[in-house]
Design a protein around this ligand. Structure first.
Ligand code: COA
Length: 165
């Protein structure tokens, strides 16, 4: 019998595990774009710690191990920006990513007053786009990542919870 994965608010002590997990999980995105300088791979541990202190950060845990994470914050225009969604490769495809996203959305709307959620992903990341569209996000535009990768920007209004698989 396996242990179950739980979703909870991240604590300061999770910084190292989130940092390492992010580095592992975003390797597939780096490979997809042939670009190993994408933002999640060059972010420093200190920067992750700063985001832990200021952002709304959730982790998925399996026992003591952090196996997934997501974070979000309110931007100048009042929308919540959600990012760094990642799940350990060995546990992907079991709905943990969708659960993390839901947890971040609920906290950002209920605790921080977000009326809209915004996220972005690389233009070739079909799996990510499928996940986001399935939970109600729609493309609103494009942007260029700090690393030069073309990104698709998606949004949904708070309260729109499309049925998940
Ligand atoms: C994006 C990411 C976080 C998704 O995490 P995940 O836990 O695999 O997400 P989910 O399981 O919720 O959804 C993924 C797929 O599993 C399927 N799934 C979900 N629950 C399932 C279940 N119980 N049984 C079978 N399949 C299931 C979903 O339908 C979805 O299928 P699809 O790819 O055909 O659309 C993960 O792939 C990842 O870490 N990627 C690398 C980093 C990255 O690109 N992050 C996003 C940055 S924008």
């Amino acid at each position: 019998m396996g242990m179950s994965v739980t979703i909870s608010v991240a604590t300061e002590q999770d910084a190292e595990q989130i940092f390492v997990l992010q580095y592992l999980c975003f390797q597939s995105e780096a490979a997809l774009y042939g670009n190993y300088r994408i933002a999640p791979l060059v972010q420093t541990l200190d920067s992750v710690k700063e985001e832990l202190a200021s952002d709304c950060v959730y982790v998925a845990r399996l026992g003591d191990e952090v196996v997934g994470s997501v974070r979000g914050h309110i931007t100048e225009d009042g929308a919540a920006s959600i990012g760094r969604l990642c799940v350990h490769p060995r546990l992907q495809g079991h709905g943990i990513g969708a659960r993390l996203l839901r947890a971040a959305e609920s906290a950002l709307s209920e605790e921080r007053g977000a009326k809209r959620f915004r996220l972005h992903t690389g233009h070739r990341s079909e799996g990510n786009l499928r996940l986001y569209r399935r939970v109600g996000y729609e493309t609103v535009g494009t942007a260029e990542g700090t690393d030069g990768v073309p990104m698709i920007v998606l949004e949904k209004a708070a309260g729109e919870y499309a049925a998940t698989a």
